[in-house]
Design a protein around this ligand. Structure first.
Ligand code: MN
Length: 198
């Protein structure tokens, strides 16, 4: 198998009450596992098995819809799990905070822009904090697309992502996506985001 479902560094219930255990369990063990299996099936005997997921995504316009959807799903969820921690929340520090202040005006202003991108993404998709050669910007993508893809409207390296598919919040928040978005800020692991920024 070319790609493996990553093991979480925390328990399914560790992000309670912000993200509930049942959602985490289904999201990781069913949805993310599904993207991973389907990606492995889609790359089988294509020569893509030996490429990194980043390299595949950067050239995604050359590959099948199945590779685009499941490769995105595989990568995006890995980044999502790694962006959260039971000890998360608060605000970034150091160079990352400096870049946020420089490019958005303030941390509060950044939050507002990110929340709006997450709340207004129609249907299923993601909101992103994107590093464009040292400059930060916010974007959103439909489905399992992401900023690494050559077909993305806003290209760059995602350093923080929020899944706004209904499967990410519906059990706990039903139609109240903005409540889920607000809760996300309590579990963001800014240390990990800063590592990705460097
Ligand atoms: Mn998801």
């Amino acid at each position: 198998m070319a790609f493996e479902l990553p093991v979480l560094s925390y328990d399914y219930n560790a992000l309670e009450p912000h993200i509930d255990a049942k959602t985490m369990e289904i999201h990781h063990s069913k949805h993310h596992a599904g993207y991973t299996n389907n990606l492995n099936n889609a790359v089988k005997d294509t020569g893509l098995e030996n490429k990194s997921i980043e390299e595949i995504l950067k050239n995604i316009s050359k590959y099948s819809v199945a590779v685009r959807n499941n490769g995105g799903g595989f990568y995006n969820h890995k980044l999502f799990w790694e962006s959260m921690s039971p000890k998360g929340g608060g605000e970034p520090i150091g160079d990352l905070l400096g870049a946020i202040n420089r490019d958005f005006g303030s941390f509060e202003k950044f939050k507002e822009i990110f929340n709006k991108a997450a709340a207004t993404r129609f249907g299923s998709g993601w909101a992103w904090l994107v590093n464009q050669d040292g400059k930060l910007t916010v974007s959103s993508t439909p489905n399992q697309d992401n900023p690494l893809m050559d077909i993305a409207d806003v290209k760059g390296t995602p350093i923080l992502g929020l899944d706004v598919w209904e499967h990410a919040y519906y059990l706990k928040y039903q139609n109240r996506r903005p409540e889920y978005i607000n809760a996300f800020w309590n579990v963001i692991d800014w240390g990990q985001v800063a590592k990705r920024f460097v």
